[in-house]
Design a protein around this ligand. Structure first.
Ligand SMILES: C[S@@+](CC[C@H](N)C(=O)[O-])C[C@H]1O[C@@H](n2cnc3c(N)ncnc32)[C@H](O)[C@@H]1O
Length: 253
């Protein structure tokens, strides 16, 4: 007999957004195959810490990297069938596990579905007298069908003197500041990502009117960015405080 899945209590805090407190695995198991245009996940990174902020906390401790990769792999395997043939997947990790997650995705999807290894470079943190400062995260970009996936090159302000005032295509290195303590959009959820990053990714990888799925939505950055970009979105998080913060953020935007 197949295992019973936990029923998901989806809410609609604002038009076009479905949100639930749920484990990624249960939420993904409840969604229709072939219904998602863009999957973006910013899961725990296996940092070995409990991340705390004014708005909540989440536990990022795992017995071993293998346990973390097993947890991630089971969830990715369940999520991939939800993507449309024109769809894409973005997995946001860092130096601790991105190399192993890339092998995992090569196994699950095939290396020919790899599109980009995006580097999000930010200003804060990461310094040490014993090594180069760690100032970036890794975002692995895969598609379902290399001939059919939707992509619109994102345009960013040019910095060279020759092109001043013009736009140029973004490269695979995205130079976007992380949120500092004074940032207006700061909610106080630990490891909250900047809207600028998510708006760029969604604008590039999800067609207008399409649906984005974020299964570890935290403070709801992806969902707010989706609304701002004219997309619909589905989000969940295992943590009740995260769902409360996301609901308020969507209602007050
Ligand atoms: C890195 S944070 C996401 C931050 C988010 N991108 C933002 O901008 O606020 C990771 C999130 O994953 C959630 N999480 C951890 N395990 C989960 C699981 N099994 N299912 C769903 N969410 C989970 C945590 O509660 C946490 O909010």
């Amino acid at each position: 007999m197949p295992a019973a899945t936990t029923p998901i209590a989806w809410a609609e805090p604002t038009a076009g957004i479905r949100l639930a407190r749920a484990d990624w695995l249960d939420a993904a198991s409840s969604l229709a195959p072939g219904s998602i245009d863009l999957f973006y996940a910013d899961p725990p990174f296996n940092t070995g810490a409990v991340h705390k902020g004014e708005a909540g906390a989440f536990d990022d401790r795992w017995p071993s990297p293998d346990d973390f990769l097993g947890w991630l792999g089971r969830r990715l395997e369940t999520t991939i069938p939800l993507l449309k043939p024109t769809g894409s997947l973005l997995l946001h990790l860092d130096w601790r596990t991105s190399h192993r997650a890339r092998c995992l995705l090569d196994d699950l999807l095939g290396p020919d579905r790899f599109v980009n290894h995006l580097v999000w470079t930010y200003g804060l943190g990461g310094s040490s007298p014993r090594r180069f400062a760690r100032k970036h995260d890794d975002i692995l970009y895969y598609c379902i069908d290399p001939d059919r996936y939707w992509f619109e090159p994102p345009m960013i302000p040019a910095t060279s003197r020759r092109m001043r005032g013009q736009l140029k295509k973004a490269t695979d290195v995205l130079d976007i500041p992380s949120l500092n303590n004074q940032a207006k959009e700061r909610i106080g959820w630990p490891t909250q990502k900047p809207l600028q990053l998510l708006e760029l990714l969604i604008g590039a990888c999800c067609p207008p009117g399409g649906t984005v799925l974020d299964p570890c939505c935290g403070s709801g950055t992806t969902l707010v960015a989706a609304v701002n970009q004219g997309r619909t979105a589905i989000g969940c998080d295992i943590d009740g405080d995260a769902i409360g913060v996301t609901t308020n953020r969507l209602k007050n935007r």
